[in-house]
Each structure stands twice: as C-alpha cells, then as structure tokens.
Design a protein around this ligand. Structure first.
Ligand SMILES: Nc1nc2c(c(=O)[nH]1)N[C@H]1C(S)=C(S)[C@@H](COP(=O)(O)OP(=O)(O)OC[C@H]3O[C@@H](n4cnc5c(N)ncnc54)[C@H](O)[C@@H]3O)O[C@H]1N2
Ligand code: MOO
Length: 399
C-alpha cells in the first residue's frame, strides 16, 4: 500500500482524543490546545506610545511650522490615561498610554528643547508612533486554533491575552514494547547471539513528548502466547500500542497473528516504502496498534514517517507534517520504481543557488544504527522514480 494510502487508512480508523484538562499557562508548553482561544480584549489593550518623546495633537498645530509648544507634564508606562492639556504637549515614554485628545508622538530625537517647551519643525502625521489598541489583534478575533502545539511563542501570546491557565487535550497514552528473543537491555552482559535493545531506547527517546504519556512495557520474547498476553495487557490501558519486530515473514514473526488472536484486526500489513515495508497497523480493542519493523533504521523511519503522523492525528495535533526541505543530490543514486525510498543523507554544502546539497548514504542500511546517528536527515526518492541522476532535487526530512 502506498504510504499516503496507508496513512489515510490508519488515521481514519484510529481513535481521537477529545478530553481536555486545564493546566497552568507555562506548563502547557509542548501540549495541544483543546479549543480555540480568542482575544477577550483588544491586543494591545489601549493606544500607547511606541517611542520616548512627546504626545500632542497634530490638528492643533496651526499654519506652517516651526512651532513652539509648552510641555505640560509627563506620562510613563503604567500610568492611567489622562487628558492632553489644550495647546500643550506631554512628555511620554515608550509603552505609556496615549493622552486622551493626543493623536501622535514625536520622538525626542526630532524636537529641539526650548525652555520648558519644545520646538517642532515638521507636522507629525496623525497616528505617528502610536500603537493602536487592537492593532495586533482585535477583540474577539481568534488568537490560536484548537489543535495548535503550544510552544514559547504561543505561551507568550496567551499570556498577553491574559490567560493564566489553558485547556489542553489530555495526553495520548502510548504503550511501547519490543519483541525479540535476542534482546538484552543495553549494558547487561551480552550472551552469544544476542543484541542490545537499541529500538527501545530510540523509541523511548522519540516518544518523550509532553503530549504523550509513555508506558514502557519492556521486551517480550518471540513466543506467541507471551506476545498475545503482552499485547492484550498493553492495549488495556493505552490509546496506542507501539511494537518493534516480529512483523515480517519469518517463522518467528508472530505479531500480526498474536494481534488477531488477542481479538484485534489488521488494517495495513505492508507499506510501499524502503525501509519499513513490513510496517503493520491494526486495532486491539479500543487501542490502535503500530507494528514497526525490527530493523532499527526501519523502525526509526517507520515511526518518523508514518507512526508519528498517526499519533499526532490521534492526539488532535493540527497542521503539522514532517518539515520538508529540498536538497540537491550530490551523486547519482540507483532506485527501482515501486516503493518510495527514504535514504539516509548527509548535508555536504550548497550549490550556486544556495540549495543544500546532500550526499545519499548507502541504501541497504536497515541494520545500521551507527550510520543513522551520523546522518542529517532522510532524502525521499519517489516511488515512481527510476535511477536518480546527480543534481536531482529531492524532498528532504531534516532530523
Ligand atoms: N524473506 C524475507 N525476509 C525479510 C523481509 C522480507 O520481506 N522477506 N523483510 C526484511 C525487512 S525489510 C525487515 S525491516 C525485517 C523486519 O522484520 P521484523 O519486523 O519481523 O523484525 P525481526 O525479524 O524481529 O528483526 C529484524 C532485525 O532487527 C533486529 N532487531 C529487532 N528488534 C530490535 C531491537 N529492539 N533493537 C535492535 N535490533 C532489533 C533483529 O535482531 C533483526 O536483526 O525483516 C527482513 N526479512
Ligand atoms: O523494510 Mo526493512 O524495512 O528495512 O529493511
């Protein structure tokens, strides 16, 4: 199944989180906004000076300048707005409310001092150096939509709109388990024929996100009964179960069967991508299941390209996709039409137009965790493409 079709089918079948909870503003960082937020007041809330200078009424300047104007007082940021005395200017500081009756601010660099007054040579345009109330956002207008990932900029805008707490979606409950009788915890003595479980660490790291609550369900050997039990238990308390290994065609690849025997169903059982072809998607009870291939690069690419999109849709995250860039390939690359290929790539420089140039790393690398750690991103060779000539523009997913 093509990647997009697999994604659509999986996202269509997966559940959606609708429950929300209220959290203090800054703690909402990395969470997902549950409902749109609108400005309850104009932003900024009042007309204010954008400069240190003098507030005056431009229409009160008769004839041609220069004019000499008395300065009748001073307004600072934090002062309440007061009236502008007739025929006078007020000393004003940046952020101070524009006096009632004033319509312009003249920066102090543009006036000459004249005793207790000022000397002005040019007529300021009405509105000069004034930040109008609501000029950033009018009252009642949507500030942020539901589904927005809250980062420092969103937190700042919400604070400026006066919010102390934010309604965010509840976290997506994700249970992670790794399958394979060869797996040993990193650092433990390694018996012959066994390997350290790198997928566990990679995925625990990838899934350490504020909008996810991660349940580490450890490793399970390639035993059908144990896998069935482990899957059913994981699905009990999770929205999404993520597994690695056991989804290909070998004698000890028991997972799809274990899923159906645990009462689940399979919706996608092979995706036209390389690496990651055995990626499997299904449903166990009310939980969705993503079966990532065991090969570490395939598991990483499968999560990055497909798994993360499904999790984001379930969690209610809107408007994020992989951040795509365009790179130029540094050398020709072989490719047969059929599956799209995500090639590990290293950025090596820029061409004459400022486009980044990428060196595609060797293709048969599904087991090469060390190479993965030294790559800068994934270059995409489209499914329908044949061999890729040097200099081809390719989509690039930076890590
Ligand atoms: N005859 C065929 N054999 C294979 C095919 C195929 O189409 N026909 N597909 C290959 C591809 S592509 C992949 S990817 C793998 C995926 O197989 P599984 O998902 O069933 O994964 P396993 O067989 O369990 O493991 C594959 C490989 O990865 C190592 N592994 C597994 N888990 C971990 C872990 N947690 N940390 C580090 N490394 C792990 C495992 O030891 C194997 O070497 O199948 C191909 N075979
Ligand atoms: O699809 Mo398997 O995806 O790498 O080597």
């Amino acid at each position: 199944m093509p990647v997009d079709e697999a994604l659509n089918r999986a996202i269509g079948a997966a559940g959606r989180i609708t429950a929300a909870e209220s959290v203090p503003l800054v703690e909402a960082t990395g969470r997902i906004l549950a409902a749109p937020v609108s400005a309850s007041r104009p932003m900024p809330p009042f007309d204010a000076s954008a400069m240190d200078g003098y507030a005056l009424r431009s229409a009160a300047l008769a004839g041609d300048g220069p004019w000499e104007i008395p300065v009748a007082g001073r307004v600072r940021a934090g002062d309440p707005p007061g009236p502008l005395p007739a025929g006078a200017a007020l000393r004003i500081l940046t952020g101070a409310p524009l006096p009632l009756g004033a319509d312009a601010v003249v920066p102090q660099e543009q006036v000459g001092a004249r005793g207790a007054g000022l000397r002005l040579r040019f007529r300021p345009r009405p509105g000069a150096h004034v930040r109008r109330a609501g000029s950033d956002l009018a009252e009642g207008v949507e500030l942020l939509p539901a589904g927005r990932l809250i980062g420092p900029r969103e937190v700042g805008a919400l604070a400026a709109a006066g919010l102390r707490r934010v309604e965010v979606r509840r976290r997506l409950e994700v249970a992670l388990l790794r399958t394979g009788s060869e797996l040993t915890p990193p650092g433990a003595p390694l018996d012959p024929g066994r390997i350290w479980d790198s997928n566990g660490a990679t995925l625990l790291s990838l899934l350490s996100l504020p909008w996810i609550r991660l349940q580490d369900r450890g490793t399970v050997p390639d035993d059908p009964a144990e896998l069935r039990r482990a899957l059913a238990a994981a699905a009990e308390g999770a929205d999404l179960v993520v597994t690695t290994g056991g989804v290909s065609v070998g004698d000890e690849d028991h997972l799809p069967r274990a899923v159906t025997e645990a009462g689940g169903r399979i919706l996608v059982n092979s995706v036209a991508m390389k690496p990651g072809k055995p990626l499997t998607f299904g449903q166990i009870g009310r939980a969705s299941w993503i079966g990532l291939p065991g090969n570490p690069v395939a598991a990483f690419v499968g999560w990055t390209v497909v798994g993360a999109r499904i999790a984001e849709a379930m969690a209610g995250l809107a408007g994020t996709g992989p951040r795509k860039a365009i790179v130029r390939s540094a050398a020709p690359a072989a490719h047969r039409p059929g599956r799209c290929e995500f090639r590990l790539a290293r950025l090596v420089g820029y061409d004459a137009h400022g486009v980044q140039v990428a060196e595609l790393l060797p293709g048969e690398t599904s087991y090469r965790v060390a190479l993965l750690a030294r790559a800068d991103g994934l270059a995409l060779i489209p499914a329908e493409a044949g061999a890729v000539p040097e200099g081809t523009l390719l989509e690039f997913l930076p890590f």
